[in-house]
Design a protein around this ligand. Structure first.
Ligand code: GUN
Ligand code: ZN
Length: 415
């Protein structure tokens, strides 16, 4: 039987240079076949389109490099420092995942929510519950999402019902199974909540499995003080390095309060920082210096970090990245104009993020790539703007998303 095809009409958001995108000059079309893109024509309208028309844009679907599935219902719990916020808002929400049926239903609901915002690939945290993490992997895969979901491992400094002793935690995490295009991730929550034995076991599991590693690093000053107390002898990044957790398949959430020695270590290992600007703003965590990370060779990607981050839309996260970079540059004449532009912002939430989490076939409208894309109908005359990519970024309205295609299937249809 021939694979199902979709013909989609609209102006294309196309790759441009190493880290950018450009808009096609006219209404073009994309044809998908099975789960891949077969035809990309930026200039000719398709004779009969299944989706889209000359008023639409075709955009690669978004990838979110850092989010917490169980935290979607506690977005916006305000006024707390990270460690208090974890105690008061997050841990009670995560305890609910002791019930596998609840976890499965919530993960399914969150998958629908992500799709409705145009996100089809993720690096996500579940909870410390093994069966619920497996249920979340299965639920996301069944909804057509791709990426990584990890059992959020912690064996200290948390409520006892969320702590799993290192040997049990490690054997559970090792027996998680991939489903569809969702793979388990090695996910020690952060070094504050993980013993040395748990971190070292995670390093071994990462080496053996080849799975993505995700954890948190240097998010707030109070977390840094706690780490200095727990590990007076080494820096935060060194703690992960000693456990064998830093490598080119490592994604570290936040990385705000870092010195240049830690930056050099991350750069040498090829580990990437998931910059989460909306979450940093919400928790008042500090200002992440994206330009300095880049200057020191540290790779970065972008995450919503729901529920510290209130926004599920990666477009809003990309905007917040620009805002945060402007804030860091303020009052420093040598940094004037040193912030990412819209072209890079679009690239980051599409191809850049996808590459960062090991999905090289994602995030670009090119033949042979994954058929994960959005049909968008902007209500602004963006073509008349002197800077259409920036107008689209800043005027973006999630209601413009008319259809979300993942693996060649329409998963969200708002027509
Ligand atoms: N650090 C450790 N756990 C978490 C979490 O769930 N969210 C955020 N933002 N930071 C963390
Ligand atoms: Zn996080």
């Amino acid at each position: 039987m021939p694979s199902a095809t979709l013909t989609i009409a609209g102006t294309l958001l196309l790759p441009h240079g190493a880290r950018g995108v450009r808009l096609g000059d006219a209404c073009g079309h994309v044809i998908t076949e099975g789960d891949r893109i077969r035809v990309v024509d930026p200039a000719r309208r398709a004779p009969a389109a299944d989706l889209g028309d000359e008023s639409c844009l075709i955009v690669p679907a978004f990838t979110d490099c850092h989010l917490h599935l169980p935290q979607f219902d506690v977005i916006g719990v305000d006024g707390l420092e990270l460690l208090d916020w974890l105690e008061r808002a997050v841990f009670p929400a995560e305890m609910k995942w002791a019930d596998v049926d609840f976890a499965r239903a919530m993960a399914t609901r969150v998958a629908d929510e992500l799709l409705s915002f145009g996100t089809t690939a993720v690096a996500a945290y579940a909870t410390s519950h093994f069966a619920s993490t497996q249920a979340a992997i299965d639920a996301l895969a069944d909804k057509g999402l791709s990426g990584h979901v990890g059992q959020s491992l912690m064996d200290r400094h948390g409520p006892s019902s969320l702590l799993v002793p290192a040997p049990a935690a490690l054997s559970q995490a090792a027996s998680l199974r991939a489903r569809g295009r969702v793979t388990p991730a090695v996910t020690p929550r952060f070094a504050v909540a993980c013993s040395d034995a748990l971190l070292a076991g995670c390093g071994t599991l990462a080496k053996r499995s080849g799975w993505l590693v995700q954890t948190h690093l240097a998010e707030t000053e109070r977390e840094m003080e706690t780490m200095r107390r727990l590990h007076p002898e080494r820096s935060y990044a060194e703690v992960y390095d000693r456990a064998g957790l830093l490598g080119p398949r490592t994604i570290l959430g936040h990385g705000i309060h870092l010195g240049d020695e830690d930056r050099a270590l991350l750069a040498a290992r090829g580990a990437a920082i998931a910059h989460c600007p909306t979450a940093n703003r919400f928790l008042d965590a500090g200002e992440m210096d994206l330009a300095r990370h880049a200057a020191k060779g540290v790779a970065t990607c972008l995450g919503s970090d729901v529920g510290a981050g209130p926004d599920r839309s990666m477009v809003r996260v990309a905007r917040a990245m620009i805002d945060a970079a402007k804030q860091v540059a303020r009052g420093r004449p040598e940094r004037h104009g040193d912030f990412p532009r819209a072209s890079e912002a679009w690239w980051r939430i599409t191809e850049g993020n996808a590459r960062a989490i090991g999905l090289p076939d994602r995030g670009a409208l090119s033949p042979g790539r994954d058929a994960d894309l959005l049909v968008v109908r902007p209500t602004k005359p963006w073509r008349d703007s002197p800077d259409p990519l920036s107008t689209l970024l800043y005027a973006w309205d999630d209601r413009w998303i008319e259809a979300v295609v993942s693996q060649g299937v329409v998963r969200h249809d708002a027509r």
